[in-house]
Design a protein around this ligand. Structure first.
Ligand code: NDP
Length: 237
């Protein structure tokens, strides 16, 4: 058993975020998720509406969670998008919109959470990055840049707030079976599978397991770490 906490998962209405929220509920935490529609979180979670592109909607979501469940103690910044295309075809909008959701969105959420974490003298910040952040990926200059930046984010946060009983870590998933990877053409999926030592894509529950560990009492002295959950794909990166 781990100490029950108030946990927020952004983008908790499907995919990896949904699985993380389900696992946190099973671990005994009080769990809130955000979704853009305000619906769709797992049973037992408080689902609130927020768009990570909009600081006012994040602020309103936190106020609602604080009123219902108490101050957020564990933040899982999971909401993210892809807009894949090769550099020469990538528009500035395709670049900046991915950065805005994946990186600036994380900034907006973590900044809003920080006040409560400092006041409560406890915090676990978990950022969902990607193996391609440090490995690189053709057609994903926008996405991999946004995901690599989360490593600097977590490490700077660790140096700023580490003495206040607040940790900040990154989970770097490999290819996980969700809507995001289902969009890839079958030939490309085959090619990716061949580059994964485990010989298969990962399951959302395997990312949820890592998030569960980072939120738990046993991870109190782990901060600024990048935890790969990728079947060995990104080894050494
Ligand atoms: P999905 O596409 O299945 O889900 C994405 C989630 O993010 C949805 O809940 C979506 O909400 C939410 N979201 C997107 N944009 C916003 C926004 N502006 N404001 C609020 N919420 C938003 O993705 P996955 O579950 O596959 O991915 C989750 C995270 O894991 C992402 O950060 C992704 O980059 C990362 N990841 C995924 C990998 C994979 O193989 N699947 C590999 C490595 C990393 P809505 O339903 O409203 O669109």
């Amino acid at each position: 058993m781990t100490t029950p906490r108030t946990v927020l998962v952004t983008g908790g209405n499907r995919g990896i975020g949904f699985a993380i929220a389900e696992r946190m509920i099973a671990d005994g935490h009080r769990v809130a998720v955000t979704s853009r529609s305000g619906e769709g979180g797992p049973e037992g979670a408080l689902t609130v509406s927020a768009d990570v592109g909009d600081a006012a909607s994040i602020d309103a979501a936190f106020s609602e969670i604080e009123a219902e469940l108490g101050a957020v103690e564990v933040v899982v910044a999971n909401a993210g998008i892809t807009k894949d295309t090769l550099l020469l075809r990538m528009t500035e909008e395709e670049f900046t919109s991915v950065i805005d959701t994946n990186l600036t969105g994380t900034f907006r959420v973590v900044k809003r959470a920080a006040k409560g974490l400092l006041k409560g003298r406890f915090g676990r910040v978990i950022l969902i990055s990607s193996v391609v952040g440090l490995y690189g990926s053709p057609g994903q200059i926008n996405y991999s840049s946004s995901k690599a930046a989360l490593v600097g984010f977590a490490r700077s946060l660790t140096r700023e707030l580490g003495a206040r009983n607040i940790t900040a870590n990154v989970i770097a998933p490999g290819f996980i079976e969700t809507d995001m990877t289902a969009e890839l053409p079958e030939a490309q999926q085959q090619q990716y599978r061949a580059s994964i030592p485990a010989g298969r894509f990962g399951q959302v529950s395997e990312i949820a397991g890592a998030a569960s560990f980072l939120a738990g009492d046993d991870a109190a002295y782990i901060s600024g770490a990048v935890i790969p959950v990728d079947g060995g794909m990104g080894m050494g990166h």
